[in-house]
Design a protein around this ligand. Sequence first.
Ligand SMILES: *[C@@H]1O[C@H](CO)[C@@H](O)[C@H](O)[C@H]1NC(C)=O
Ligand SMILES: *[C@@H]1O[C@H](CO)[C@@H](O)[C@H](O)[C@H]1NC(C)=O
Ligand SMILES: *[C@@H]1O[C@H](CO)[C@@H](O)[C@H](O)[C@H]1NC(C)=O
Ligand SMILES: *[C@@H]1O[C@H](CO)[C@@H](O)[C@H](O)[C@H]1NC(C)=O
Ligand SMILES: *[C@@H]1O[C@H](CO)[C@@H](O)[C@H](O)[C@H]1NC(C)=O
Length: 391
Amino acid sequence: MAAADSLLLCSLLWISSLAQGKELIVTCIQSEECVLPCHFESDGKGARIMWYKKKAVVSCTRYGDTHFVIGHNSPADMYRGRTDLYADQVLQGNATLLLRDITPQDQGKYFCITMTAPRTDESGVISLVIKAPVREVHIERLGDSVSCSAGGIYPAPAVSWSTEPPTDAQNLQNSTRTQINLWGFYDIHSSLRLLGNNAEDLTYICSVTSDMNKRTAFLKHQAPIQASPSGDVVIPCGFPVPRSFNLTWSFNRLEPILSLSVSGQKAVLSVRGRWAAHVLNRSSPSSGLQLHSLQLQHQGAYTCELSTADETHVSHTNLTFTGDGESSGQVFIYVVVIGMLSYFLLMSYGTLVFLLLKLRRQDRGGGGQEPSTELQELNQSNGGVEINTAR
Ligand SMILES: *[C@@H]1O[C@H](CO)[C@@H](O)[C@H](O)[C@H]1NC(C)=O
Ligand SMILES: *[C@@H]1O[C@H](CO)[C@@H](O)[C@H](O)[C@H]1NC(C)=O
Ligand SMILES: *[C@@H]1O[C@H](CO)[C@@H](O)[C@H](O)[C@H]1NC(C)=O
Ligand SMILES: *[C@@H]1O[C@H](CO)[C@@H](O)[C@H](O)[C@H]1NC(C)=O
Ligand SMILES: *[C@@H]1O[C@H](CO)[C@@H](O)[C@H](O)[C@H]1NC(C)=O
């Protein structure tokens, strides 16, 4: 019964509140705490603070002695667990609301009602505006197009493409799709067809611009690098390295090699698993990925991803081995073995023919039994060689 009463109380209070005029605009950034100010005249004994967004109860809390009101209110589902008041300051007249995990759905007009034993007050309207900057732009090559995406932005972002060296703008055919996600933020996805026969030599540049900021992503394919097995190689990232950055190297797109985070003088490096034995000059891999003791399995595509405060640079470099490495050695051994076997076969066949001819001559000359046993032995040894070659 008590709960129903207080609900009614809150609803009635809401009706009277919209009358008052002046409006305060508060802009909050997604991922930061959002503070809505409200102040009242406190008698220092007890207060009941109610926050509303239109009809919805955002927060309804009692502090100190509140015998002058009955019941409690529970906030609407969408605000449950996301609000706080500065409890230690409420009885001093500070009813400021703290709202966490804000989304565009929280945008709108708020007001607060404060009740003390002597009086009830209501604040003016506080208009909440939410903004979410572009945080990350993901760029990648998919077949014969380059795709660029970013998410969780508010209000709606825009995408623009360019290349380095520059390409005529009308040759840049892009298709862009903007969607609103479950929480009301914008996700954007754009794809650009790869152009002409110099498509491989271009750096593709995608910029995502929002109300608050702009982030740009660069993608390029570098000329393949050749190395020799068990040798060393340096794979450059191919971008100028700034003072503060996060850098990752990965192999065949999926396998992480190392990550490096540099902020002014401070650097944190971590090299992953099997790569620890092959990464050189651990102190400064920003100059390029330095690998040593290369093996055949290290052939493949190396991706450098470098991100700074407002840019992301991605480069792909293929590593190949000169002269096919170990496999050519194996082929050489096979050739030698087959050659030797053929030589022995030919030799024994030649000897056989020679002996047969000699035998016939001896037969004509009326020779005895001896040569026929000699022929049998030769047949056997010939058969032996044949079995060897079959293996
Ligand atoms: C109310 O409390 C918040 C949080 O401590 C503070 O930022 C704000 O300045 C206070 N307002 C006043 C008028 O004291
Ligand atoms: C890409 O598409 C957008 C709209 O979808 C358009 O405004 C823009 O001019 C296009 N071209 C480039 C190079 O960004
Ligand atoms: C690097 O990454 C950390 C953690 O994700 C982030 O706090 C920092 O701002 C990043 N630095 C740069 C220059 O992007
Ligand atoms: C490591 O890199 C730094 C800077 O790039 C260079 O000065 C230093 O000589 C390198 N050390 C080795 C062992 O290669
Ligand atoms: C790199 O290798 C991949 C296959 O592993 C191939 O599809 C791609 O065209 C190569 N890129 C260059 C620039 O050689």
